[in-house]
Design a protein around this ligand. Sequence first.
Ligand code: COI
Length: 355
Amino acid sequence: MECQLTIALTEQKKEKPASDKLGFGVHFTDHMFVMDYTEGKGWHDPQIVPYSPLTIDPAAMVFHYGQAVFEGLKAYRNKAGEVRLFRPDQNFKRLNRSLARLDMPAVDEAFMIEALKKLVSVEKEWIPTEEGTSLYIRPFVIATEPCFGVRASHTYKLLILLSPVGAYYAAGMKPVKIYVENSYVRAVRGGTGNAKVAGNYAGSLKAQTEAHEKGYEQVLWLDAIETKYIEEVGSMNVFFKVNGEVWTPVLNGSILEGITRDSTIQLLKSWGIPVVEKRIAMEDLFQAYNDGVLEEAFGTGTAAVISPVGEMSWNGHKMVINQSQTGEMTQKLYDTMTGIQYGVLEDKLGWSVKV
Ligand code: COI
């Protein structure tokens, strides 16, 4: 990228929330990153500016045809004051894959990492240091051209917002209850399921609300063709420890390619635990449960980190996993992953990037 990042700092600093009252994604820092795209000109005018509302034409295509993609990553600050990002290169690679899927223009990944580091250092004082807290980073791109024609927009805006967060689930590291969804589906091969597009989440909300009403935190999606094979949970990928080995759904084009998912697989393999990526029929998982060999279940995601699953409901069957307690391997994964993220454990795989 030939253009320079400009920085305009605000004098009007907001009050920072107490670290035990963060919640998830409800507080926003003093500044944000903004960059525009115009066809024929490319991405231009990257800026760090005071956080403020946007002025967008109501005919902007994002409001009508949903050309919107996003990413999620975190910055971690340890007690020594060091700030780290976790595998940010993977987020910008995936952002480009999502952009390509919605016929939107690619960004320069190396430039974006540098711009993000700058934004995070400007907002360093916003990064909480208490255990389980971090600064959630939300890059996103929207179509801004005012036009009702159904085609790709000729102009876009990319923003990065920062939000100090606690645990994604209100209950913290407590095992979550998930509802296996049999009627609604999330994504189908050839669709947008493996891209991080806003519409995937919009389409999931109705099922999630209904699951909440039944007392479950999240929905577990099955494949859209046979509603038989496990895909992913609303905000995370899923893993099951069965008889000493770990199963996770194989990436099939409709499952989100989670960076925490990939990191989890690499960590487990480095510990000598067999990981099997395969199509997992819900029926087979239920059989494993009845045979007493479903030992642990957990989800992985940037927001969710490693979240134990304590209960599943499928077709009227209730499955209580590991007596609704966090399993030993799940806990070890959480401790190792967060230890690397905060820079308190050795980063043998070179995932942690200092800001
Ligand atoms: C994340 O884990 O970063 C996600 O994007 C999941 C959810 C908060 C949308």
